[in-house]
Design a protein around this ligand. Structure first.
Ligand SMILES: Nc1nc2c(ncn2[C@@H]2O[C@H](COP(=O)(O)OP(=O)(O)OP(=O)(O)O)[C@@H](O)[C@H]2O)c(=O)[nH]1
Ligand SMILES: [Mg+2]
Length: 411
């Protein structure tokens, strides 16, 4: 088994310039605008410093929301593209609980909800052909990136659960992989089995339709799965933003509407009508909590990352895989799996070492690229996002390994 190491580089900020200097018990402040020099005695200076610190803390507290952090990031030298940066907020943020909105590496927010009279609980499964926008919708509902997304089909490989909490109740949302029509490879075959398994547990399913593309065999397969499920059903037409002004295929599905308990038209990407979808879900969930759901919710809440069922290893490997999906071309992304080998918090920096496994030696060369340029790009993009999410410095080391057997180990 051969190995090559490519390490993502670092250049995070510069030391801030000091603009005050001390001289005996007097402190000199240089006025940057007109160059005047003021002198203050040490008691006045201390009071002045406390006042400034207080104002700074108050301003920071009032403005410290993920969206602010993201715009700070956006103006950094690493201008990130749309898929790098997750810039949406948990719906609770708009209701004034800023501390709930902090992004951490382990995806946490407060999961206690204000008590109202009729809270509902349930498990909602997102279903749809590959690329329909299921993961984008899940992220939009939760207000954090819990599931990776890309324009490539079957980006999601495993069912991913995330907990949604609002004053109306608590819902476990499941993102499922899109089912492919024809699959020859082992990994595709294994992925295709995941969705029906998850559907068995659904109290309600949301069938997501990409109205910007014509109905084909993959749509027929997911429609068949939805029809066979005893759960309540919502038909959600997605990507209404792209369909604007162009031909859309929405009318191809009109025949289905009467079989469904609700119909919505949304844009998961732009968050259009996502709130209405959530309201419809709460309306349709049974008044009495389904058997076992409260126990499952409690279990999720007791985890280190109550918002998602992913461990930090899985979360980090998924972020790296997403960047591989965005950077690599043709069939290469499908040959790749990521394994996190080490997460070492050294205080000032988190050191992460991960292996990128590919099924063939010739793919390995392509993934590394000329002068390791391709793997470096994947590493850079992943590191930036992990730094953004964790608000910590990250050192990321990626090693590409040819391992034809990883699909056999995939569960
Ligand atoms: N314009 C537009 N693009 C969208 C919308 N929703 C999702 N997308 C894009 O569609 C692509 C696929 O989105 P995903 O969320 O990864 O789709 P998925 O259904 O999870 O796909 P699989 O995991 O492969 O099954 C991404 O490039 C998204 O940005 C939408 O409402 N409008
Ligand atoms: Mg997905």
């Amino acid at each position: 088994m051969s190995q090559e190491v490519a390490t993502a580089d670092f250049d995070i900020g510069r030391p801030t310039k000091r603009d005050a200097s001390t001289e005996g018990n007097k402190t000199r402040f240089l006025n940057g605008i007109n160059g005047n020099i003021f002198t203050l005695d040490s008691t006045t200076f201390s009071l002045f410093s406390i006042l400034i610190s207080f104002i700074f803390l108050a301003v920071y507290h009032l403005t410290c929301q993920p969206s602010n952090r993201v715009s700070k990031w956006d103006s950094s030298p690493f201008k990130a593209d749309q898929n790098d940066v997750f810039s949406i907020r948990h719906p609770e943020c708009s209701e004034g609980s800023r501390w709930k909105c902090k992004i951490t590496l382990f995806l946490t927010y407060n999961t206690t909800m204000p008590k109202t009279q009729s809270q509902k609980f349930g498990r909602v499964v997102l279903l749809g052909r590959p690329n329909a926008g299921k993961s984008t919708l899940l992220n939009q509902i939760i207000g954090q990136k819990v599931s990776i997304t890309s324009p490539r089909p079957q980006t999601t490989r495993k069912n991913t659960q995330a907990l949604f909490v609002s004053s109306k109740g608590k819902i476990i949302f499941s993102d499922t992989p899109g089912i492919m029509h024809k699959v020859e490879d082992l990994i595709g075959k294994k992925i295709n089995l995941k969705t029906p398994k998850e559907l068995n547990k659904a109290d309600l399913l949301v069938l997501l339709i990409d109205i910007s593309r014509a109905k084909g065999e993959e749509e027929n397969r997911v429609i068949g799965l939805a029809r066979n499920s005893p759960a309540k059903k919502i038909l959600a037409y997605n990507k209404i933003d792209v369909a604007k002004g162009k031909k859309d295929y929405l009318s191809d599905y009109n025949f289905l509407e009467e079989e469904f308990d609700g119909v919505v038209a949304i844009s998961a990407l732009k968050s259009t009508h996502v709130k209405s979808l959530i309201e419809k879900i709460f309306d349709l969930l049974p008044a009495k909590a389904p058997v076992g759901i409260k126990k499952d919710i409690k279990l999720m809440e007791s985890q280190k990352s109550p918002i998602s069922d992913q461990s930090s290893d899985t979360y980090i490997s998924e972020i790296i895989r997403e960047k591989a999906f965005l950077v690599l071309r043709k069939e290469l992304p499908y040959t790749v799996s990521v394994e996190v080998k080490e997460i070492n918090d050294k205080g000032n920096i988190i050191v992460i070492k991960a292996n990128l496994l590919t099924t063939d030696k010739r793919y390995k060369k392509m993934i590394i690229g000329k002068k390791a340029s391709t793997i470096k790009l994947i590493g850079q993009k992943a590191r930036r996002e992990l730094e953004l999410v964790s608000q910590r410095k990250i050192y990321l080391e990626l090693t590409v390994i040819s391992d034809p057997h990883w699909p056999e180990r995939f569960v």
